[in-house]
Design a protein around this ligand. Structure first.
Ligand code: GRF
Length: 225
């Protein structure tokens, strides 16, 4: 049965779109029960509307504190029937109480090869540092920012000419692949966590035609490249 998921966004929502596209293409066995944004102007909400998905705008400024905001969000997510929460460019830390409401079922995407460059400027920080490899990480969420057990990472080249914008674009193209892939593994019950280690049941079969100029581990499966 398709995994019911809530997707949380704060901005453009291109990762939300990648999930929608893979669901509509029937390669990702999930169902979006709710899209939540903490910002009224998030383009992610427009994408949700375009695909007739239930959506909710909860401006965090309307709440006295983080706890109250998270409580309202958890209530709406639970009511939608979602079993997993997917952070697709959601720029707010979640409280421990929220995480306890969805144990082991909150997943985030970060545009850097964690544990390098956590925080909201991951791509720019990596470009300024002069790294030769950059990338993205999908991980389970714990109480520390950009910290929980790693599900999948993709590495791409970084060049001296790169700035935050050019590097972001290269990384984003991989985000749109690894994020739906990670959620597909979660939906299929293939992920297990022991401490910091995430194991993938029945190792994926590498693509017949690997993508050029990147390294993805565990490898992407057909339908996600
Ligand atoms: C992505 O780079 C994501 O990794 C980061 O914020 C960006 C969101 O992009 N957390 P979008 O809203 O999915 O287009």
């Amino acid at each position: 049965m398709a995994l019911p998921i809530a997707v949380l966004v704060s901005g453009a929502g291109s990762n939300l779109q990648a999930l929608i596209d893979r669901i509509e293409a029937r390669v990702l066995d999930a169902r979006i029960t709710l899209v939540v944004s903490n910002r009224a102007d998030a383009y992610g909400l427009v994408r949700a509307r375009n695909h007739n998905l239930p959506l909710l705008c909860l401006p965090h400024g309307d709440y006295p504190d983080r706890e109250a905001f998270d409580q309202a969000m958890a209530r709406a997510i639970r009511q939608s029937g979602a079993k997993a929460v997917v952070l697709a460019g959601f720029l707010r830390m979640l409280t421990p109480a929220f995480l306890k409401a969805f144990p082991g079922m909150v997943v985030n995407i970060h545009p850097a090869l964690l544990p390098s460059f956590p925080g909201v400027h991951g791509q720019g920080d990596a470009a300024d540092y002069g790294v030769k490899l950059a990338g993205c990480t999908v991980h389970f969420v714990d109480e520390i920012m950009d910290h929980g057990p790693v599900i999948i990472q993709a590495a791409v080249p970084a060049h001296p000419e790169d700035d935050a914008q050019t590097l972001s674009a290269r990384i984003l193209a991989m985000e749109h692949r690894v994020f739906p892939q990670a959620i597909a593994w979660l939906a299929a019950g293939r992920l297990s966590v022991q401490g910091r280690k995430v194991r993938l049941a029945s190792a994926s079969k590498p693509l017949a035609k690997p993508l050029p100029n990147c390294l993805v581990n565990p490898p992407l499966e057909e339908g996600f490249a």
